[in-house]
Design a protein around this ligand. Structure first.
Ligand code: ADP
Length: 619
């Protein structure tokens, strides 16, 4: 076993870097000292520095030995530059490139593609080895199993097996094989029993196989053919013989390591380096350089595997969405939350306001109902009140026809008792009784109409006559009454169409209020003035008293129901009179007398046309 290890190690060193291409870094291989600044250092020599970084897996010493011929060639071919060569693992090299400390980088195809993407590295030549057919088909891998494991023939047979490789970052040592597995739908992490990374050097993989710790191992193309007894002991899974290489491999072939310039590399220096490399003549199996190969196949592999520059593709899905878009997600969530709250609040407000509105409507309806009931009650009271006030008038009016009826009835009785009842007497008495009862029925009918606050039957009357009758009625009802003077400007026999009883009631109200207002005055000073006039469209009836009048504020409430200043008053008289006036198409007005004490109450009545609106008040 130890013999085998020694021989593999020696072989690996012999064929480096080819055999190490794409392997992952061994930790802790620093560069040989700090990288000098790019500026010209006049104190040392009059030569510009040329800073070259080289990927080294197995420490600086090994690398220095491997690249010695390159170094010597460059120093000879580029005497105008002071050559500084730095060796480092993948991480160290990446850091140096990013910090701009290098002019050139020589690394494996995988890292080159990454640096191309991240730092703008640009290849100027591709490494070639004398024993390999071409620079662009130099890197590949073989997945090997012990020959006796006959059940394992193809890469697809690796499902559920243990596979060994040097490192997940190794390009030739793992990623190239991974791509082939990926194409077969095998995810190494998921579909293998386990994936075992041995670390460097690659002989560790062979050792794991030897010891039976793993079922298969990934090694660099052509390594097996160079191992003593290698082909006797191992077989290549899905092996494909490549005549150009004279090796059997499991993967496709990739280009060799490139020498790449960086964005800050002076163009002249890049040109000089390219020429120097292309001029490097390799002996048999020695090192030489070709024009830059196409590394698209490497990019394709990275994209397929979603690693390197395409690693972000791997995280697509919920996790990446959450990582990249969580602020928007939060915003959207907040928006949704806000919207939800807003909707809930709006609905709540709508519900409460609708309920409040419905409640208000219910209250208003109830209020209106109460108002209607109150109004009906008030109207009823008012009518009773007016009837009460009219009762003495009624008594007076009805007493005459009743007395007449009684008189005729008694006369008929007496004649009957005396045996003097004639047909003619019965007829005369009956006719008179009928006339008198018609007259009483007429009075009652008008009262009924008034009590219902509806215009009773209208008749064409002489207003002056009606006024005089009302004055007689008013004065006849009381023992001591104010004097009433009538000033008549109406044209001769001016008639109006009115309900006499109702207009009489208005006049009676005016007279009664005037009398009440003047009670404090001695009876001889209590006087009322009635003025009648017309203005073409209206007949006006003004009633003036000489009482104390009313102040401006009281005047505002004059026609409002229940406004009264009297102890026994109802405050309904004027409001009812106003209703009557309006029902006649007229108007009722009250104002302080312009000159002297007292009030003037005015009633306007249309002359003939009931649809004409009342004009301005005029005396
Ligand atoms: P009432 O006579 O029952 O009080 P009215 O509606 O007839 O009801 O009158 C309302 C009020 O108007 C009276 O209480 C009184 O204060 C006032 N008023 C009416 N007429 C006069 C008037 N001629 N002079 C002074 N005040 C009056």
């Amino acid at each position: 076993m130890s013999l085998l290890r020694v021989s593999i190690g020696a072989l690996l060193l012999h064929v480096c870097p080819l055999l190490y291409a794409g392997t992952s870094p061994a930790p802790g291989h620093p560069f040989d000292g700090p990288v000098p600044p790019a500026q010209h250092d006049a104190a040392r020599e009059d030569r510009a520095p040329l800073r070259l970084g080289i990927l080294a897996y197995l420490g600086q010493e090994t690398a220095e030995r491997e690249w010695q011929s390159l170094r010597q060639h460059l120093e000879a071919a580029l005497p105008q530059y002071e050559l500084h060569v730095y060796y480092g693992d993948l991480d160290a090299l990446r850091a140096q490139v990013s910090s701009g400390a290098l002019d050139f980088v020589l690394t494996n195809p995988g890292q080159y593609v990454e640096l191309e993407y991240s730092d703008g590295a640009s290849r100027i030549a591709t490494l070639e080895h004398g024993r390999l057919p071409a620079a662009n088909i130099a890197v590949g891998a073989a997945v090997i199993v012990p020959r006796e494991r006959t059940e394992l023939q193809t890469l697809a047979d690796l499902r559920g097996r243990i596979l060994a490789a040097t490192s997940p970052d190794a390009f030739g040592g793992f990623q190239t094989a991974w791509r082939e597995l990926d194409e077969l739908g095998i995810d190494p992490q998921r579909d293998l029993k386990s994936l075992h990374f041995t670390g460097f050097p690659m002989s560790e993989v062979i050792e794991a196989l030897e010891e039976g710790r793993v079922d298969a191992g990934v090694i660099r193309a052509c390594l097996l053919e160079n191992l003593p007894d290698g082909l006797k002991r191992y077989r290549v899974l899905s092996g494909r013989y490549e005549p150009q290489l004279n090796c059997t491999i499991s993967t496709r072939l990739y280009p060799n390591w490139p020498m790449a310039g960086l964005p800050q590399t002076p163009p002249g220096m890049a040109r000089a380096m390219a020429i120097a490399l292309l001029q490097m003549e390799g002996e048999k199996d020695g090192m030489s350089w070709a024009v830059p190969a196409d590394y698209q196949i490497v990019r394709d592999t990275f994209r397929e595997l979603q690693i390197g520059p395409y690693a972000h593709l791997h995280t697509t899905g919920l996790r990446r969405l959450v990582r990249d878009y969580w602020p928007y997600g939060m915003l959207a969530l907040l928006g949704l939350l806000f919207w939800g709250l807003y909707t809930a609040r709006s609905e709540y407000l709508v519900r409460t306001r609708t309920a409040a509105l419905e409640q208000a409507l219910r209250e208003r309806e109830a209020f209106e109902q109460r108002m209607r009931a109150n109004q009906e009650q008030a109207d009823h009271l008012a009518r009773l009140s007016v009837l009460g006030e009219l009762s003495s008038t009624l008594a007076h009016e009805l007493s005459q026809p009743l007395a007449g009826i009684a008189n005729y009835a008694q006369s008929l009785l007496r004649r009957l008792q005396a045996g003097r009842l004639t047909d003619a007497a019965v007829q005369e008495a009956s006719e008179n009784i009928l006339t008198l009862s018609d007259s009483a029925a007429g009075i009652l009918k008008r009262i009924k109409g008034f009590a219902r606050k509806r215009p009773g039957s209208r008749e064409s009357l002489e207003l002056r006559r009606m006024v005089e009758e009302t004055i007689q009625l008013f004065q006849g009802m009381q023992r001591v009454a104010p004097q009433i003077e009538v000033i008549d400007h109406l044209s001769a026999q001016r008639r109006v169409e009115i309900d006499a009883l109702q207009i009489q009631q208005i006049l009676m109200n005016f007279f009664k209020n005037a009398q009440d207002a003047m009670r404090a005055l001695p009876i001889e000073q209590q006087r009322i003035q009635v003025t009648l006039n017309e203005d073409g469209r209206w007949v006006w009836l003004h009633v003036r008293d000489f009482g104390p009048g009313m102040d401006a504020q009281a005047l505002e409430y004059l026609f409002e129901p229940f406004y009264t200043t009297k102890e026994d008053g109802l405050g309904l008289g004027l409001s009812i009179c106003k209703g009557i006036a309006e029902a006649h198409g007229g108007q009722l007005l009250g104002r302080a007398a312009p000159e002297g004490p007292g009030m003037i109450f005015s009633l306007s009545l249309p002359l003939y046309e009931h649809d004409t609106k009342p004009g301005d008040l005029s005396d």
